[in-house]
Structures are given as C-alpha cells and as structure tokens.
Design a protein around this ligand. Structure first.
Ligand SMILES: [Zn+2]
Ligand SMILES: [Zn+2]
Length: 431
C-alpha cells in the first residue's frame, strides 16, 4: 500500500499485500487470516477483484481511494486487527466517506472501535482518532473509485436502464477518478458520448442463463460490426454472470474500433444516506475492465468479455426476440425537457422456434418414469458456420441447448449436464 511501490494483491486469496524493502518483499497483512500459503504478488491493476477492506472501519466493500498523510500503524483489538497502513492511500467505504464529507470523524471512529471490539475503551478511541486525523488532516482533494470490490448484486429492471445509463455517463464526465486505463479524460468523454448514443438492452433471466452457459464453452470469436446489435450499446444481464460477476457491458465506436467496458453493480447491501449519495455520485455501475478491439480482431473464448461475445453471437444467430420495454412517464418527461428523444430499451428474450429455444420436458432415453423437481440446462455446443460475403467467413453458432425437467419447475443453475450426442451435427446454415 505504499506509494513508492506498485499496489500488489495475492493471486491466491485476493488479499492486498504489504510491500517492504528494495528489492520488494511481500507479506499478507497481519489481520488477514490465511491458510498459511505464500503470497503470490500480482499487480492490482491486473486483477478485477481484490478483497480489500475499508482502512477506517474494516467494512468489506471499500468504495473510494483517498490520498492523505503518510501513516504507519497497526491496530490490534480483541476482535482482531484492523488497519495496517504503510502509506498515504486509504480505502474508504461509502459510509465512512459520507461521515468524512460531513466532518463527522467521531462517527468514523465509532465504526472503527466497534469493528475492533474495543467497547468504550477511551484510550483506544483516542489512538484511533489520532491515526485517522494524521491521515485526514493532510488529505489531498479528490478520490478514486475502487473498481475491484465485488458487491452483493443489485438487480436492475429494464425500465431503470435510461436512468442507469445517464448516471454512468455523468460519472464518466465527472471529477471522481478511475484507476487504470480509464484515467484518460479523452477516453472517458468518448465513452460518455457513446453512452448517450447507445441502444439499451436488458437480457431477461432465461436468456441470461443461456448466455452464461454458452460463454463457458465459447471458442475464439472474430470481432465485426455485424456481430453487434447496434453501433454503440449498453447491455445489462438480469443478474451477474460468469466468475467475473459482470452485470453489464458497454461498447463505444471510436474511429477504427470499439471500446468495450465490463461493469459490476455497486452499492448492494447499503441503505440510507450512503446509498443515496453513491447512487447520486456514481450510479449503479462501476467499470471493472476495459479493452480496445478493432474489426477482425480475434478474441480468445476466455476473453474478459466472453459473456458479451456469447450474447452478441446468440442475438446474431437470431436466437433472440426483442420487445420494447415500457418507459416511465417521469423518464419520458425528463428526456423531453432536455430535447432528447424518448429512450428505447429492448428487452431480450429467447425467440420462439429458434434453435436455442429451451425445450421443456424433453425426456432422454432411460429417464422416463423418473420424476424431476428441477429443470436444468443441458449444454449445447458451438459450431463454426459460414457467413458474410461469399460465405467466406466463419462464425460460431450455438447449437441445441435445452432445458430438461417439468415446465413449471425452477431452473437449477448449479447443475451442468454435458450431453454427448451420437447424432451427427446437421449441416444446415441458419443465416
Ligand atoms: Zn494470499
Ligand atoms: Zn468504513
């Protein structure tokens, strides 16, 4: 956490690491209970999830990085250690940030005392206060959003998307910092402008399940304009997908390619003023990772945007049915007042009669008579099919997944059944 070194976290347990000396050595912070493994140092900017905690109160969902006085201290209480800072960059949770903004450092100290299990120990209180003030009194204005925090999911509805998009665009145009490649004002302005132009897509829960399933087995994909359902877009799944727990992706056309950004939701589990302020200042989405791609670039199947690629492919192979979501009257009025056309949100569903339509109650040989209480996806597979001018190009098409089990039964996500078919794949174009 020192400013003289690059921030590192352990690749095994995702805990931030303390760095000392030159050449640097790395250690797990004293308050982190590990199974005894050696730290595996990885630069934080190469990880999209880090298990950091608020340096003021220990909250597991730190939101902002603040710069302040260089402080070195270890706090150890009855409930365990809390802060071990050797640096001038502290992580603050949304609640501590709210109190700090209001000049209520006493409330921040209360939170620390509670987290350490120190009760009303006056001397401990004073020590913590001293420590906080040593940092805060030398604070540099500004703050940077922590994008490696994995929050509990916030579910969004299709009709909320215009508001979600507008907040995100405003955040990109604002003064709060972003780490990594999104530090450039130019690219932030460009993404904000792209969001203004974006078509909005909300993927329903069955299609989200299908896309996540398909993303797991995704082969390499060649990026091309005709793969995308719009030039610029913001696409939101009904829940976080893949191990990266991504909820949304934006793509923005710029000159010779597109800027792709993965997002996770922020603020899950918060309430009251800290939530209200986070929604106001950040919104619902935080950028997690970004990539610049150009026409004809080949992305590997395990690319960070695999879920987007799989969703695009499923839409391009006409497995999707679009419906226009109803837009709130308040939103329509707001857009009219600022002379913007009423936003359109497309909700995306699995198309009837498509090759990827889930077929319920399909009974496999040997299954008859056995009653099932859940439905589960039986994997389809990807196959390259010709497309484009002269059918000279190849693009993966997802074949034959289906839902097995009674029509009304809940879909069990944890069950993955690999079905080995003896049937030869049909040679039929679906273009
Ligand atoms: Zn570790
Ligand atoms: Zn805190």
């Amino acid at each position: 956490m020192t400013s003289a070194h690059e921030d590192m976290a352990c690749g095994t347990c995702l805990s931030p690491l303390n760095t000392t000396g030159m050449p640097p050595t790395y250690a797990h912070p004293a308050q982190v209970a590990t199974d005894g493994h050696q730290p595996v140092p990885i630069p934080v900017n190469q990880l999209d999830a880090v298990r950091r905690t608020c340096d003021f109160c220990g909250d597991p969902h730190p939101t902002w990085t603040l710069l302040g006085g260089e402080v070195a201290a270890v706090l150890v209480g009855e409930a365990g250690g809390l802060v071990q800072n050797f640096g001038d960059a502290w992580a603050a949770c949304a609640t501590c940030q709210t109190y700090i903004d209001e000049g209520r450092n006493d409330k921040v100290v209360d939170r620390a005392v509670r987290a350490l299990g120190l009760g009303n120990h006056m001397q401990a209180r004073e020590r913590i206060e001293q420590l906080h003030l040593a940092f805060l009194n030398a604070r540099v204005p500004g703050r940077t959003l922590i994008t490696t925090t994995v929050w509990p999911a916030t579910l969004m509805t299709a009709r909320e998307l215009p508001k979600v998009r507008d907040r995100l665009a405003r955040f990109y145009r604002g003064d709060d910092g972003l780490p990594g490649t999104l530090t450039s004002t130019d690219s932030r302005q460009q993404i904000a402008a792209g969001l203004d132009r974006s078509r909005l897509f909300w993927i329903d829960s069955d299609f989200t399940d299908l896309a996540e399933h398909a993303a797991e087995l995704l082969p390499a994909v060649t990026v091309s304009r005709d793969l995308m359902p719009s030039t610029d877009g913001l696409l939101v799944w009904s829940r976080p997908v893949t191990t990266r727990q991504i909820t949304a992706v934006s793509w923005t056309a710029d000159g010779d390619g597109w800027q792709l950004v993965n997002y996770r939701t922020v603020g899950g589990g918060l309430d009251g003023k800290p939530l209200q302020r986070l929604r106001e200042h950040v919104g619902w989405l935080a950028p997690v990772s970004t990539d610049q791609v150009h026409e004809r670039r080949v992305l590997p199947g395990d690319h960070p945007t695999a879920a987007l690629l799989a969703t695009w492919l499923l839409i391009a192979q006409r497995a999707a049915e679009f419906r226009a979501a109803e837009i709130d009257k308040a939103v329509r009025k707001m857009y009219a007042r600022s002379n913007r056309p009423t936003p359109e949100v497309q909700t995306v569903h699995i198309r009837a009669n498509s090759s990827t339509r889930p077929t319920s109650s399909r009974v496999a040989p040997g299954d008859s008579g056995r009653s099932q209480t859940n439905r589960f996806w039986v994997s389809g597979h990807w196959r390259n099919q010709p497309h484009g001018p002269g059918r000279a190009l190849r693009r993966p098409v997802y074949i034959n997944p289906f839902l097995r089990g009674p029509e009304k039964a809940p879909i069990k996500l944890s069950t993955t059944v690999r079905m080995l078919s003896s049937r030869k794949p049909e040679r039929k174009d679906r273009e």
